[in-house]
Structures are given as C-alpha cells and as structure tokens.
Ligand binder design. Sequence first.
Ligand code: CMP
Length: 224
Amino acid sequence: MSATDVLKKVPLFSDLSDGDLAGFADVLREREYPKNSVILFEDDPGDALYIVSAGQVKVVLIGEDGREVILSVMGDGDFFGEMALIDDEPRSAHVIAMKDSRLLVLRRDDFQAQVVGHPRIALKLLKVLVQRLRQADAKIGGLVLLDVNGRVARLLLDLADESGGPRITRRLTHHTIAQMIGSSRETVSRAMRELVERGLIETTRREISIKNRDGLASLAGSRT
Ligand code: CMP
C-alpha cells in the first residue's frame, strides 16, 4: 500500500485533498520495528510524530521495579509522539512494538508546517487529544471507583466496542489485561474466571465473547 493510501485511513488526515496527501507522503519516511522493540523512550527529546501503517504498539510507563502500566494500545491509522512536538517537553511515555510494526515518521518541522498550513488537521488533532483525555479520565475513575471485576468488565466492553461486536478477537493475555487496568495477572485470572462463571463472558484460546452486556455494564458502573 502506498503512503498516500495509508494516510487516507488516518483520521487525522482524512479531510485532505489527494494533492495535499501526496505532499504529505513526500515528507514521510517509513520505518520497521520488530516486536518488542522500543520505538520511543520516556524522557527522550521528541523529534518526530509516528503513524502506525501496520502492526500494533503500546504506550507504557515503566516503574523503577520494572512494573509496566499500559496507557494505550494503538493499531493501524493511529498516531503517537505528538505531545513532545506540541509542548517541547520530553517524551511522556515509552512506546513499544507489540507486533512487528511498520510506521510512517513525520519530522518535527514537517509536522509543524502541516499543522500550521492545514487548520483542519489542527482541529482533528485537538479532537483526538480530547478523546485521549476522556479515556484517561475514565481510566483514573476506574482505578479509584471500581474493583478489579469492574475494571476488567469496563475494559472488555471498550475492546468489544472497538472491534464492533460482542467478540474480542485481539489476542490478550491476562498479564496484558493486568497491565492495562493496573492489577496483577493472578487477580485478573481470578476475575475472568468469575465473569465466566457468572455467564457474563465466554473465553476460548482465540477470543473473548461478551454474553451479557448489561451485566458487564452494571459491574463497570456504566450504561450500555
Ligand atoms: P509523546 O509524549 O511525544 O511520546 C509518547 C507518546 O505516547 C505521546 O507523545 C502520545 O502520543 C502517547 N501517549 C501518552 N500518553 C497517552 C495516553 N494516556 N493515551 C494515549 N496515548 C498517549
């Protein structure tokens, strides 16, 4: 797929004309990152924005004891690395490839020129940042207000919405779920078992299916 085709799938650029997209594609560089490689290090200076062309990455904070909390998982069409370009502060988190990934890289100067030159991009950028703030608010709320079953329930509902149906096909280990909701693998395994026993979900090696959405939503303290 050409860089222009990839850009058309990126919500940030979806309003641009083919001519503008081609101009953009000219200044993008493609880079490959193998699974588990670190793409950005927290506290490094920021010199570029990254767009996921193929693959999957996670945004993580790593504590001094090596424990990881996953702030976000991103896939095709998502972008990251904008924060350090906007406020000139160091990178706010690590970004690590969860699968072999192909990324498009936009250098700082080109990013700034594009945002200034296309106010619609600036507005879309704001929209994505606001969505991320909402998700971060929901996560903080979940950490303070919900028990582990509720946090797992909320995560599963969000992932099901993301995949557009009751089945979550993204491969998720209990360890990864634990890192996404700030818990331990053992506690998550216990919570998953309980959700299965209560008939709220079904799990196979390949996927998790939501069986009772209302029940999960009530655990997650939300409306369906
Ligand atoms: P930057 O700080 O430049 O580098 C790390 C990137 O991770 C950051 O830009 C964002 O793109 C991304 N990031 C940081 N925190 C979050 C979050 N809470 N949700 C989604 N993405 C984030």
